[in-house]
Design a protein around this ligand. Structure first.
Ligand SMILES: *Cc1c(COP(=O)(O)O)cnc(C)c1O
Length: 383
């Protein structure tokens, strides 16, 4: 066997032995909440389409119309010829929603963080990261080659002690955190982190992938606390509550212009297809209306946590931590037999020993199904 193939085969066998090998399951999403998987129709509690906008008629129509007018691809990076006329509209809507001067749209949320962080800090600088931050914040921090310090999850005192110890030796400093933690559903203390960052002249970057559209009246996690958090770098994705694809940064005009000049994942990657940009504009219009729709996912999640005997949900993401990988996989299979899709999340996506079901609630989930799921989950956590 060639060494490349045997390397791959050995790695896979090792993952298999630890129940960590993953396989793609073909999943057809028929509407906002049901999917067909392995020939079975399931009610999904594993999609991040919190407002079901991926299937919304206005959003779909906007995307189709954009294809008719501009075609399916952008043709080049945005700085060359890929900056089609829909981009300015999307960026001004994002900036308005987030209360910033400007915005910059990227190919995806992952690409945004991989580009933004190295564009702003470098080798002589310091970056602090919450230990439970999303993989793309780590990627951006590592690409920056700045000194990386990790603070315990949501631990302000620990973050402060690290700043005390390390800040002076560095020119610029950045603090990076999820606004809503993707695997735990809890919120970062953004107002306090904003204060801390200011005191140490550090720049706070909050990843609002799971906040936009479902927290802070739809405006996101910087607006979800008793006072507005000062977050000069608000990034996020258009792939979750906004239902489509793409990433963004909302910030001051000069910061955005610098990022558009320097972020390599912006400069050297093709612009989003016109349909994605048009779909996002329509989705943001719906989100900006706020109201019952944007409030619904959290209300549903809280109905679930109350019925299942879990801590009250802080966001539409509810972790059911089961510890052992085998136990999490068995729980997912049991729920699948009952008609629910609740995917097990295991290391390295979550820390060793914290394998879990990660449930997500959306505006369209029926209340009776939520209660039925809660009864099954209650049996898992309080056997
Ligand atoms: C999903 C996610 C991303 C990545 O966004 P994509 O647009 O899917 O690349 C970034 N950060 C967090 C916290 C996420 O959950």
């Amino acid at each position: 066997m060639p060494s490349l193939d045997s390397f791959a085969a050995e790695k896979l066998a090792s993952l298999e032995a630890r129940q960590l090998r993953r396989r793609l399951a073909e999943t057809a999403r028929e509407d906002g909440i049901t999917v067909i998987r392995n020939g079975q129709r399931l009610l999904s509690f594993s999609c991040n389409d919190y407002l079901n906008l991926s299937q919304h008629p206005e959003v779909k129509e906007a995307a189709i119309e954009a294809i008719r007018r501009f075609g399916v691809g952008a043709g080049a990076s945005r700085l060359i010829t890929g900056n089609h006329p829909l981009y300015a509209e999307l960026e001004s809507r994002l900036a308005r929603l987030k209360g910033t001067e400007a915005a910059c749209v990227f190919g995806s949320g992952y690409l945004a963080n991989a580009g933004i962080i190295p564009a702003l800090i470098g080798e002589d600088d310091l970056v602090l990261v919450d230990e439970l931050s999303h993989a793309c914040l780590w990627a951006g921090a590592q690409l920056s080659r700045a000194e990386l310090q990790v603070y315990r999850h949501n631990d302000l005192a620990h973050a402060e002690s690290l700043l005390d110890e390390h800040r002076k030796r560095h020119g610029r400093a950045l603090i990076a955190t999820d606004g809503v933690f993707s695997m735990d559903g809890d919120l970062a203390p953004l107002p306090e982190l904003g204060d801390l960052a200011k005191r140490y002249d550090a720049w706070l970057l909050a990843d609002d992938a799971h906040g936009l559209g479902v927290t802070g009246g739809g405006r996101g996690s910087a607006f979800a606390h008793d006072r507005k958090a000062e977050v000069p770098l608000q990034m996020g994705t258009l792939s979750k509550a906004a239902g489509g694809y793409g990433g963004y940064l909302c910030a001051a005009r000069d910061v955005v212009d610098l990022v558009k000049n320097r972020a390599r994942s912006f400069v050297y990657s093709t612009g989003l297809p016109p349909a994605s940009v048009a779909g996002a504009i329509a989705a943001l219009d719906i989100i900006a209306r706020g109201g019952d729709l944007v409030a619904a996912p959290l209300i549903k999640a809280r109905a679930f946590t109350a019925a299942a005997g879990l801590d009250e949900a802080q966001s539409p993401i509810v972790p059911v931590v089961l510890g052992d990988t085998a136990r999490a996989l068995e729980a997912a299979r049991m729920l699948e037999r009952a008609g629910f899709l609740a995917v097990a999340i295991r290391p390295p996506t979550v820390p060793e020993g914290t394998a879990r079901l990660r449930l997500t609630f959306t505006a369209l989930h029926p209340d009776d199904a939520i209660l039925k799921l809660a009864v099954l989950v209650r049996g898992l956590v309080h056997p």
